[in-house]
Design a protein around this ligand. Structure first.
Ligand code: DX5
Ligand code: ZN
Length: 221
């Protein structure tokens, strides 16, 4: 079953919980939480406090995407704040495997992600160590950008490596996903779909989430 992970980056932060209430009573199981430090990417989003504050009010799997330099410094803090999965950037640290091990030692799921210009081959050996690989289909840093078509080839490459080696790693995609292009990424082999602006910029947040799940079930728009 394909799962949706709405990115809270596209919420109206002045009424964050109000936006999140509108995701309730849908088949939704995950939220995507984008943390940016202004160094790894040219934008600053939010940190621990927001995660802590929404943790108790929202019984979702917190899929946390760390766009920060040297994430190992803050793994424990994000675990404590209530993250369920920590996904780190391959480009953000010297030794991604060390960070992945630390995340797993704390009992969290670990994910690895790569910028659009980073090649798939460098990531493949890590796939047996992680719970998910996140394909960035836009340059990390901002919501609302256009989908980079070449990302489809990366999804296919990860999918076939995972299947050939019988690994349990999920394939997730993030950036520029809409109800109108989601089918092609599912057909390429995605298990988890991040979508930000297409969900939270819509007046009918709940209806939009239901629309995605209907597409997942019917495989048509
Ligand atoms: C970008 C973030 C994305 C972003 C997706 O750095 O990782 O999760 O919020 O937003 P949309 O779906 O609007 O491209
Ligand atoms: Zn993200």
């Amino acid at each position: 079953m394909v799962e949706l992970a709405p990115s809270i980056l596209s919420c109206d932060f002045s009424k964050l919980q109000e936006n999140l209430e509108q995701t309730k009573d849908t088949p939704l199981k995950m939220l995507h939480i984008d943390v940016m430090d202004g160094l790894f990417v040219p934008n600053i989003s939010f940190g621990f406090k927001i995660i802590e504050d929404i943790r108790d009010k929202n019984d979702y799997f917190f899929d946390t995407h760390l766009m920060i330099v040297d994430p190992i410094r803050y793994i424990e803090r994000f675990a404590k704040a209530g993250a369920d999965r920590l996904t780190i950037h391959y480009e953000s640290c010297e030794n991604p495997l060390e960070v992945i091990k630390k995340i797993k030692e704390l009992g969290l799921e670990a994910g690895i992600t790569l910028k659009p210009k980073t090649q798939v081959d460098q990531i493949l050996p890590l796939l047996r160590e992680v719970d998910a690989v996140l394909v960035m289909s836009v340059e990390p840093g901002f919501g609302g950008q256009s989908f980079i078509e070449e990302s489809i080839d990366k999804v296919r490459a990860f999918r076939s490596y995972i299947d050939q080696n019988d690994l349990s790693c999920k394939v997730e995609i993030d950036g520029g996903i809409k109800t109108t292009n989601v089918i092609k990424v599912i057909e390429a082999g995605c298990d988890e779909i991040v979508s930000g602006s297409d969900i939270f910029s819509n007046k009918d947040i709940k209806g939009q989430i239901e629309k995605y799940y209907k597409i997942f079930a019917d495989k048509t728009v």
